[in-house]
Ligand binder design. Structure first.
Ligand code: DQA
Length: 142
């Protein structure tokens, strides 16, 4: 299976950024673990701080990938353009958030992504990315 993880703004700072919320592990370290676990599959990773680059990446991979694991970070709460890109492509998108956005500030409670995602994993830390991949792999077998 060909699965891509797409991370939005500030997620390049995982490990350094508010570790009490997002943990101490960098995404590079976590992604290394994922590539070892899923060595039988093609896993790729893309991160951008720019909304347009995220839209372009979803367009680029969204007709060929078997699944997209997307943490659009702050753009989750603001971006109609990212939601439209997800609706336009054929790959299933699983929305992931590391923190439980529903116990945080009210502006984090709404997601433009949720209405166009196949499913949502929120508040389970970095494990959410692995759970999303497991779901995509399992659902491709049914
Ligand atoms: C986040 C939650 C967002 O509200 C925030 O802007 C992020 C990270 C999460 O993974 O918990 O950057 O998507």
């Amino acid at each position: 299976m060909n699965i891509i993880i797409i991370n939005g703004p500030n997620l390049n700072l995982l490990g350094k950024r508010e570790p009490e919320i997002y943990g101490k592990l960098s995404f590079k370290e976590y992604y290394q673990e994922l590539t070892e676990i899923y060595s039988d599959h093609t896993l790729t990773y893309f991160q951008s701080n720019s909304e347009g680059e995220l839209v372009s990446k979803i367009q680029e991979v969204g007709f060929t990938a078997d699944g997209i694991v997307l943490n659009a970070a702050a753009y989750t709460h603001t971006s109609v353009a990212i939601a439209d890109a997800i609706a336009a492509v054929t790959a299933p998108v699983i929305e992931v958030h590391i923190s439980n956005v529903h116990v945080r500030e009210a502006f984090r409670h709404h997601s433009y992504v949720s209405a166009v995602a196949q499913g949502i994993i929120i508040g389970l830390g970095l494990s959410g990315y692995k759970l999303a991949i497991d779901f995509l792999l399992e659902s491709s077998q049914t």
